[in-house]
Write a protein that binds this ligand. Structure first.
Ligand code: PMP
Length: 418
């Protein structure tokens, strides 16, 4: 019957005009039982949002355009060139000369797992500084791969002194983790001197700069940081999905002299170091298909940071953050981190104003201002609201927009007041 109808349609122009009927018939006779979903047949719609939360941040048109260039093969020589450029861009952003410097195919979590999986073996001790969600996450990652996890815990907003960290030796850890930018609490943890303490105790120093890179000074080599990672979607202003990471010689010595293989094949640095041309071998072999467009965009975002200059980027974040603090205080809001020198310039936290429902305020701001701000995360939920002005978004005009939206929400969300 179908063949007959198809033949009629081919030969008879009138029948051809009733194509939808034919398509319906074709479908009714098809072997496919799940029809194409109507939603996917509609054109893609993406609203414009002011991304003034802790990330992702808005992406500048230049970076967006770089991500829409034609795809090339992940093993083409031109792609290797681009990856080599990314490596150099990370050297600058991290202030390191480490050869073992790559970008993970994955978000910040991929870099967290890569760092832990490669440098720690099951049964080894690690010490994790926890003052927000990121220490909690790394502790869980280490627990899952069978490490013996010790924790140094503070309430969100607390920071660690070098005297407290000096006690690392007690647990004989092979790795000590610290978040430089604790984005769930809005804290910027000082790192000077900690690398030396770790060396004294023969322990690797792992630092998370996902929320702080480009916004607050960090010097991987000078500060004796053994492993450093970041994400693409914060002050770097690339789309989410790639994560720079670097290992120094101490870290390489540990991870390439292990007795067991890392639990993850995808994140195994013996393979990734070859894929990124860091192992000195002439041939780069296939390991996985890297996110080609994501690497284009990451390269462009690192180029923008290099053009602008790290010092200028740090200065700008500090200046705009200080402007935002003044505006927030003028609105009668309280900054969550009292010591301004410990505030993370990219993500500002405010205590939830008394008598207000923070969820209602955030929904109001999104609805009336198309603007994302967020609440806390993990242990800081219910304690803070977070405003992020990072990289491209780090402008006084954007601080004004955020302050205007907050003032409006304070005026109109009063109904929950006790
Ligand atoms: N560390 C910090 C400090 C972060 O702010 C984030 C993201 N909010 C992550 C790690 C995890 O990054 P991702 O969401 O890209 O996996």
């Amino acid at each position: 019957q179908f063949v007959l109808l198809a033949a009629v349609a081919r030969d008879c122009p009138l029948a051809a005009r009733s194509a939808p009927l034919l398509q319906r018939l074709e479908r009714s006779m098809s072997s496919v039982t799940i029809p194409p979903p109507a939603c996917i047949l509609r054109p893609l719609e993406v609203p414009y949002r002011y991304l003034f939360g802790p990330g992702p941040s808005n992406v500048p048109p230049r970076v967006l355009a770089s991500g829409s260039r034609p795809i090339i093969g992940h093993l083409h020589p031109e792609m290797y060139e681009i990856m080599n450029d990314i490596k150099k861009g990370i050297h600058y952003a991290f202030q390191t000369e480490n050869n073992m410097t790559i970008a993970m195919s994955g978000s910040g979590h991929a870099a967290m797992e890569c760092a832990v999986f490669n440098t720690v073996e099951p049964g080894e001790s690690v010490l994790i500084a926890i003052n927000g969600i990121w220490g909690e996450r790394v502790a869980e990652i280490a627990e899952r791969m069978g490490a013996n996890v010790h924790k140094l815990v503070k309430a969100p907003g607390g920071h660690f002194t070098n005297i407290e960290i000096e006690k690392v030796g007690k647990h004989k850890p092979v790795l000590f983790f610290l978040a430089h930018g604790e984005s769930s609490a809005g804290l910027c943890q000082p790192v000077d001197g900690i690398g030396d303490i770790c060396r004294k105790h023969n322990c690797l120093f792992l630092v998370d700069t996902v929320a702080s890179l480009g916004a607050a000074p960090i010097f991987m080599d000078k500060q004796n940081i053994d492993i450093l990672y970041t994400g693409s979607q914060k002050a770097l202003n690339a789309p989410p999905g790639t994560a720079p990471i670097s290992f120094n010689d101490r870290a390489c010595h540990k991870m390439f002299n292990r007795k067991t293989k890392p639990v993850s094949y995808l994140f195994d640095m013996t393979h990734l170091s070859n894929y990124w041309g860091c192992d000195g071998k002439a041939v780069r072999a296939y390991h996985h298909t890297g996110p080609v467009s994501g690497f284009f965009a990451l390269r462009e975002s690192l180029a923008i940071l290099a053009e602008k200059g790290l010092e200028e980027s740090w200065r700008k974040h500090k200046e705009v953050a200080a402007y935002l603090y003044r505006g927030l205080e003028d609105l009668g809001l309280e900054l969550f981190i009292p010591d301004k020198d410990l505030r993370l310039p990219s993500v500002t936290t405010i205590s939830i104003p008394e008598g207000y429902d923070w969820r209602e305020m955030l929904v109001y701001i999104m609805k009336h201002h198309q603007m994302e701000m967020t609440g806390g995360l993990g242990p800081s939920i219910g304690m803070v609201m977070r405003i992020g002005l990072m990289g491209y978004n780090c402008e006084k005009t954007n601080a004004d927009k955020a302050l205007h939206a907050l003032a409006d929400a304070l005026k109109n969300c009063k109904k929950s007041k006790a």
